[in-house]
Design a protein around this ligand. Structure first.
Ligand code: DAU
Length: 249
């Protein structure tokens, strides 16, 4: 267990090519989801989990709009938000590496800027705080997990994660919420670019598996990867609207 406060990192770089032309003149994470810009949801998820020291990593031509929109985080009761800029699209783990000056020596909770959850992440953060070391990933059971990282299980433990497998070996997706101990930045330095020339978060998680240090938690409520496709964006808008009108708990 670490006594230093956990820091939060939201990854909102990338070019959002799957959502063009919506993303031609703005960043994917600034698109509307019901009554708020997409990026508001992961920020609120961190704040609701008690994480108030937050860095947003963004990129592209519209990075300045994040500052204009969010400023110091007053909408979330914060008095400061930190920003970093990713040049190009070198992958999720590369974007995370840019957080090192902000988070070195701390444990971190990372949320992909297009990942929304219904019920928050408090149980996962609590479990992570109890661990001596290692990482924790959140899983969600899906009818078709092929577009995501998919865990392979043996005796209830994750022994491998396959990125976007054609034949998934389980019914779960590793969603875009990750918790890492203080070693994460050293581990990122050991990664090699994948076939699509990115530093992959799945390779980072597999490196923790090799050390026998990857834990998991299953997410209650709905989960959305709003940036996956036009359909996902539409469905996420509808789920948020329904939940706002009929909160379950
Ligand atoms: O949403 C969960 C999935 O996210 C996981 O199941 C996969 O294992 C993981 O690889 C990732 O898959 P995606 O194909 O959905 O990743 P995508 O390229 O859409 O990037 C997700 C977010 O990460 C995006 O909203 C912004 C951020 N990102 C991505 C890249 C490639 C960056 O900040 N920088 C980058 O270079």
């Amino acid at each position: 267990m670490s006594s230093k406060p956990i820091k939060g990192i939201i990854l909102a770089g990338g070019l959002g090519t799957r959502l063009r032309p919506l993303t031609r003149i703005t960043n994917k994470h600034l698109l509307p989801v019901y009554d708020k810009p997409m990026i508001f949801y992961p920020i609120q998820t961190l704040v609701d989990a008690g994480i108030h020291d937050i860095l947003i990593v963004t990129g592209g031509n519209n990075a300045g709009d994040f500052l204009r929109l969010i400023g110091n985080g007053k909408d979330f009761g914060l008095d400061r938000i930190n920003y970093a800029y990713q040049e190009g699209e070198g992958g999720i783990a590369q974007a995370l590496g840019l957080a090192e000056p902000f988070a070195r020596g701390h444990r971190i909770v990372v949320i992909l800027g297009d990942n929304l959850v219904e019920k928050g992440i408090v149980p996962g953060v609590r479990k992570f705080q109890q661990l001596d070391k290692g990482a924790l990933v959140y899983l969600k059971k899906l009818a078709d997990p092929r577009p995501y990282g998919v865990p392979v299980f043996k005796k209830g433990q994750i022994i491998d994660i396959e990125e976007k497998p054609k034949k998934p070996k389980s019914e779960y997706a590793v969603i875009g919420i990750y918790m890492y101990d203080e070693n994460v930045f050293d581990m990122i330095r050991t990664l090699k670019p994948s076939k699509r020339n990115e530093l992959e978060v799945t390779d980072l998680n597999n490196a923790y598996i090799k050390k026998g240090q990857l834990h998991h938690e299953v997410l209650p409520g709905w989960w959305a990867d709003a940036g996956e496709s036009f359909e996902a964006l539409l469905e996420t808008n509808q789920m948020v609207a329904r939940t706002r009108k009929n909160p379950t708990s």
